[in-house]
Ligand binder design. Structure first.
Ligand SMILES: Cc1ncc(COP(=O)(O)O)c(C=O)c1O
Length: 461
């Protein structure tokens, strides 16, 4: 019997000093992003008005396998990393499963989630270029918090367009972002042209990440010395988040362990992409064959019910076109409580890996079943999970229960991406049985699919 501790935290020296770029080992790359004006593959320089130059280069680099993490970024990482790899002994015991359940806990920094890993990097590169401010969107509020933290550390201005549903559900999230000095606007807002247009069509809309992205981009390109940053979906974000997987793999190696199943919740795909990165490398290189599962809300089922198609990353249709699993940029998800998973599309890298069968399975989970798992986990493991993270917990529990039935001693690793202290409205709704499960009908999904762009010779409706 191996003596495996409840928590393993690597030392500062053991923390990875490079990010891993999964694209360098992919057998077949995601289709190129297209310029929405010319419908031709976008060139790096064309991204410079939106993103700072180093990040645009990372976005387009499909060949460099490892990127050195600049010392200034490592310095901030050292304030909250390495993050713990935990063994869910209490949950295993409760489930009476022969499975071993591990989770990588990314919620022990103030942002309460993995989002800080990319926020620090993105702000650092913007500062290095001499920019003075950034704009962004936030769904659940974790990304906005993380970016506000990073901006205050590096001395940058920040405007955060916060999805209206979250703005109303989570007043204290907004207050934290403001405490770090950022300006928060409920989206859609009347401060941008695109926001006004969306409000005119639907004055009661609770917003979506897609709307907030459009507003943040408009603000960035219309304000001098500003750029836009995005907390998920993009290749560069998955690159920065690879630190999650690299640390997990190193910690598991020290324990003499390797996961049979790796599970992550999937909003825009950044934590999932980061967690699976080095394990996926093993699969791509034919060294190991772990089983990968992406979990998304049944109310916003981009992988499980979406189309693999070129689409805009935002509702206002101003971003480049990306080939991804999408519900259509016109799809406005219902106001469920996992704000960070309410996105119509999915990272092109994750989409491609799923399309080509390297991500073995995508699963959707209903909200109340997700909260059943969240509460069970909190009571046993003492961490109150974010609703987004609880999608992965739901799946890990289901897999561990299957192991009990079959007697298999599988090793399960899942990403516990964040904490849910600002999601108490959601927990209250669950406890008071007022929480509902909304699953869109095919009819509900149709307008989103109808909004997919036609690209002559590439994509017809
Ligand atoms: C705690 C948490 N987990 C997961 C996500 C989903 O994002 P992604 O799919 O990019 O990891 C979010 C997004 O806001 C989040 O806040």
């Amino acid at each position: 019997m191996k003596n495996i501790p409840h928590r393993l935290i690597l030392t500062e020296e053991q923390m990875p000093k490079q990010w891993y770029n999964l694209r360098a080992d992919m057998k077949s790359l995601p289709d190129p992003m297209l310029n929405p004006g010319t419908l031709k593959p976008i060139q790096t320089e064309e991204l410079y008005p939106i993103f700072c130059e180093d990040l645009a280069k990372q976005e387009m680099d499909s060949t460099t396998p490892y990127f050195d993490i600049p010392e200034e970024i490592l310095d901030v990482y050292r304030a909250y990393r390495p993050s713990p790899l935990c063994r869910a002994y209490a949950l295993e015991k409760y489930l009476d499963t022969p499975a071993k359940i591990y989770y990588k806990f990314e919620g022990s920094n103030t942002s309460g989630s993995h989002k800080l890993n990319s926020a620090v990097a993105q702000v650092y590169y913007a500062k290095k270029q001499g920019l003075t401010g950034l704009t962004t969107e936030t769904g659940a509020g974790q990304w906005g918090t993380a970016l506000a933290e990073a901006c205050s550390y590096f001395g940058m201005d920040l405007d955060v367009f916060m999805v209206k549903a979250s703005y109303n559900q989570k007043p204290y999230r907004k207050a934290i972002i403001q405490t770090f000095g950022a300006n928060v606007v409920a989206s859609p807002s009347d401060t941008t042209q695109v926001g006004r247009a969306i409000l005119e069509m639907d004055p009661d809309t609770t917003g979506s990440l897609g709307c907030a992205i459009s507003e943040a981009i408009e603000k960035a390109v219309s304000t001098p010395n500003r750029r836009y940053v995005l907390g998920s979906v993009l290749n560069q974000v998955l690159l920065h988040q690879s630190i999650i997987g690299l640390e997990s793999k190193k910690a598991m190696e020290l324990l003499g362990e390797y996961p049979d199943i790796v599970i992550g919740c999937a909003g825009g795909g950044s934590n999932l992409g980061g967690l699976i990165a080095p394990f996926m490398q093993d699969k791509l290189l034919g060294k190991k064959n772990p089983y990968f599962i992406a979990v998304e809300p049944a109310s916003c089922p981009s992988l499980t019910r979406g189309r693999y198609a070129y689409d805009f990353c935002d509702t206002g249709k101003v971003t480049p076109l990306a080939k991804m699993y999408t519900l259509g940029s016109g799809f406005i998800p219902s106001a469920n409580h996992a704000g960070g998973l309410r996105y119509h599309g999915m990272s092109p890298i994750i989409s491609k890996l799923y399309h080509d069968g390297y991500i073995d399975e995508a699963r959707s989970a209903e909200q109340t079943k997700v909260f059943d798992a969240a509460v069970q986990f909190a009571k046993l493991e003492t961490i109150l999970p974010a609703p987004e993270s609880a999608h992965a917990i739901r799946c890990a529990i289901d897999e561990a229960v299957k192991c009990k039935e079959t007697g298999e001693e599988k090793t399960i690793l899942f990403g516990l991406t964040g904490t849910g202290y600002f999601d108490m409205a959601a927990y209250t709704a669950y406890l008071e049985h007022t929480m509902t499960d909304y699953i869109p009908t095919d009819e509900d999904l149709k307008p989103g699919f109808d909004s997919l762009p036609t690209i002559p010779g590439i994509q017809e409706q």
